[in-house]
Design a binder for this molecule. Structure first.
Ligand code: IPE
Ligand code: IPE
Ligand code: MG
Ligand code: MG
Ligand code: MG
Length: 356
């Protein structure tokens, strides 16, 4: 397939999927999945923190995780707010648009993954703020471009008009253009990281964002409309367009660890690949089986564009089965970390069971 799409290079961005290792993982009592977290109009919540605060009153054995997630969510919201130019700073319309793209919505799964990885490895939150905020800014820019008429041509995002519908197409393009360098500015200007840490994180995040990562995956996504990809081909596309940024969350936090064996780093890396792929398969499932009022996006959008998705090519049942398998294999990678990995385990379960 890569030969078909990229005839000159035969570009193969990722190795074929690793065979999953099965380990059973209990998903009960996940505070991220308790009913208050998934209300009908969850997408209208201004920030993920608000949902997390709703579960603060629900007694679960893993209650502390909900509190942690709420604190991390608040933390990154503050970092994003401070990083974004004020709406009354010239050019006001552009700055308003940037804030519209980033604030007031979004599950903040990627920052939560950065902080949860950091927690697993004993890294101070101050050191994780820059990668968490930077990756969320890149993610927000990718969504703005993804929704443009030239790409998925969507009108609804996070329960509100997409940026180009709320403002205009040129402003949406420029706002996304500006969010990307802002992400790297956040890393470069971090007071908590030293120069070698900043350089390492810039390298990880730029690779994940570029043509060998998210942007490349988006290019393949567009070229694959109407095509019957194999499971490996589809997985490679998903690893790139969505998995690469999710992997960057785990790997950028890992690179800040004082000591980490090669085996443990490889386990975290494989965990991030598994949940990154599962994240996009779940997104594909929700496009078919979710509700617009809950996911905050128009359902059926993938079918309309004949997108290559897991449910379209292999059916909904197989999509659910593959998500479960990836959850098992991903969380299986974390056994060496013991209880320190519990936030990561719960986030993984949330990723494959989320309703929005
Ligand atoms: C949506 O990502 C785009 C994909 C990569 C599938 P999210 O589901 O994380 O979107 P928000 O940030 O919560 O809106
Ligand atoms: C987009 O995948 C992934 C990105 C890199 C933005 P989708 O096109 O399926 O994401 P949604 O469904 O519009 O959020
Ligand atoms: Mg898309
Ligand atoms: Mg889309
Ligand atoms: Mg989608």
């Amino acid at each position: 397939m890569w030969e078909r799409i990229y005839p000159r290079t035969g570009f193969r961005p990722f190795a074929a999927e690793a065979a999953p290792t099965i380990r059973s993982y209990s998903r009960s009592h996940n505070p991220l999945l308790q009913p208050p977290l998934l209300p009908g109009a969850a997408v209208l919540d201004s920030v993920y923190a608000r949902r997390m605060s709703q579960v603060r009153n629900v007694a679960t054995p893993a209650q502390s995780l909900a509190d942690k997630a709420a604190a991390w969510s608040d933390r990154v919201a503050g970092c994003l707010d401070r990083a974004l130019p004020a709406p009354d700073e010239t050019p006001c319309r552009l700055h308003e648009a940037m804030r519209y793209a980033v604030l007031n919505g979004g599950k903040r799964v990627r920052p939560l993954l950065v902080y949860a990885t950091g927690e697993c490895l004993g890294i101070e939150s101050e050191n994780l703020d820059a990668p968490a905020a930077a990756i969320e800014l890149i993610h927000a820019f990718s969504l703005v471009h993804d929704d443009l008429p030239a790409m998925d041509n969507d009108d609804l995002r996070r329960g509100r008009p997409t940026l180009h519908r709320q403002f205009d197409e040129a402003t949406a393009i420029l706002a996304a253009d500006a969010l990307q360098p802002l992400a790297f500015h956040v890393i470069a200007s971090s007071a908590a990281l030293d120069d070698s840490e900043k350089a390492a994180i810039v390298k990880i995040v730029s690779e994940a964002c570029g043509s060998r990562g998210m942007t490349g995956g988006q290019s393949i996504d567009l070229a694959s409309e109407g095509q019957a990809l194999s499971a490996n081909e589809l997985a490679e596309m998903h690893y790139l367009k969505t998995g690469a940024l999710i992997r960057a969350c785990v790997v950028s936090a890992s690179c800040l660890a004082k000591e980490l064996s090669a085996e443990k780093l490889a386990a975290l890396d494989q965990f991030s690949r598994d949940i990154g792929l599962a994240f996009q398969i779940r997104d594909d499932i929700l496009d078919v089986a979710g509700e617009t009022g809950v996911i905050g996006k128009q359902t059926g959008a993938d079918k309309k564009l004949s997108k290559a998705t897991w449910p379209a090519l292999f059916g909904l049942d197989e999509a659910h089965r593959r998500c479960d398998e990836l959850l098992e294999s991903g969380t299986g990678q974390l056994s060496a970390f013991g209880a320190d990995a519990e936030p990561l385990n719960l986030l993984a379960a949330y990723i494959v069971e989320r309703e929005s």
